[in-house]
Design a binder for this molecule. Sequence first.
Ligand code: NDP
Length: 587
Amino acid sequence: MSEAQEKPLIGTMDGLSKPKKPQSYYDAIKQKFTEERDLRLDYRPEGTQQYTSDLTGSFARYETDPYGGEIVPREPINDTVECLFIGGGFSALLTSARLREYGVESIRLVERGADVGGTWYWNRYPGVACDVISYDYLPLLDEMDYVPKNHYARGPEILAHCQAIARRYNLYELAVFQTTVTSTIWNEEEEMWQLTTDRGDHMKARFVICANGTLSKPKLSKIKGMESFKGHSFHTSRWDYDYTREDLSGLEDKVVGIIGTGATAVQAIPGLGASSKELYVFQRTPSSIDIRDDWPTDPNWARKLEPGWQAKRRERAMRGPRLTEEQRAERAAMSREEKIRRQENANIDYMMRIHKRIDEVVKDKATAEALKPWYMFMCKRPCFHNDYLPTFNRPNVHLVDTHGKGITEINEKGPVFDGTQYELDVLIYATGFEVQKTGIYNQIRGENGLDLNDKYSTGIRTLLGIHSQGYPNLFIMGGYQASFQFNLTDMLQSQGDHIAACIDHVRRHDYQSIDVTPEAEEWWVQEVIHHRGKTTRNQDCTPGYYNFEGEFQRRQDGNYNGGFPKYVTHLKEVRAQMAENFMFTKR
Ligand code: NDP
């Protein structure tokens, strides 16, 4: 058992193994991938503009908090803190923990929800869970002396872990909930940030950490007539349990529709299928669904864990798989083209295994065909679920495959596709979130009153995705130009460790502020551009939020593609040369 517990995050495709089939077989599949991608690009040349996250007016209800209860009245706050986090999710929690270790006392989280948790506060849809191994995903397990209950954690356990971190590090003390930061403005004279909120607050902070998450603001596909729908509707991240009831029994006599088949929908659909009178799943592109290898944590394994076990596990994961001498020699002798070809072929072998599993599980042949994803593994977030595919064998569950086109029309009765009207009682939008935007709901103005969005209008400019010149004492978490990780908390922890160390450096040296030098920022922008241009993977992939819905010409407005270990090394190197990379002012 302990060996299984030590398994890596997701199956590795090192590309070393020899292809199992003739190259013509792989080329034909790649051709089909291209056709499927082009079909979608032709339908939606507008790319990311196909979505809106401007949820105001009649769309405002898609963002209203259904979990927090009434907004608790309070007097506006007018005070000063040392460190202020915009957001109360993992970014804020794990960075605060480090700041406490450095002795920082004055820490405030300002959070839109009514509690900490971020993603895990908002996403409470039925079946919500994390498909990154819990021993890797849940942060601060060493510090919290906690071992997750299962190999994969469910949403409620993760939310409870967030709350436990907030309690353990006394973060509730100064936290402000049900409050949205609306402006963050640098006061050059005082060298302090001034923040306003939607609750009339005027707070000051020496350090501000934008911890607003990577996928926080719900977005909707712009569909003609969607506001005319007369039935009930909501977004998956604002699940309406008043309507569905906690056990979904409220759907017993309801015809339910769900738009989208991404990672969220894949987890929600099995429960909906089991509880709804009829369920219509409106699919544009299928997800890849692999086996979810879950089990309760072995108490014997947990008992034997030594202090610091999670940190050691992270270090091991960072080192990657160990290659034998022979493997290393073989890899060194391979041309770059051969390496890419072998990786692609291994990727195709994996995807064909995903297809085979669909054929084995889904009884109706047409439905099985429609559920097959035609793109390389990791073009979209891979999914792992044991009940998703069998749900399509239920007589009350109907897949409406739009073959790349998507739902483009909704009227008062429900969606219309291909001349067929789908009459629904309730329509659920599983259409995802705005991606990695810094300053959602919030206007950030730095030196000379420059709006961060204006600075970024000709391209994002940061050092390590964290510091942006002209925004002293401001730190960005989860934004672009940082590394991208399947296990996001690894990335956030690295950023949090770095930010806490920078703040500690400023405090210890009795500085007032820290800002990145223009040279260091320019160096990083060029690093990001260099690594983004190395492969054609973004172009090759089917559109999705990983490749800006096919807008692959972006240069620096994405993640750093040099790999996570290299990103972590850069974090350390930048800190080792603080004087070269940063400008400081004295108190
Ligand atoms: P996604 O953005 O991944 O999915 C949105 C879905 O909506 C896609 O299937 C998209 O189709 C579909 N869609 C959009 N417009 C239409 C339309 N007009 N008609 C039909 N379908 C449409 O959002 P999710 O909320 O599913 O997931 C977001 C992310 O959250 C994940 O990628 C993952 O990072 C994270 N997550 C993680 C989980 C975990 O276990 N760790 C669980 C759940 C979410 P198309 O593919 O064609 O664009």
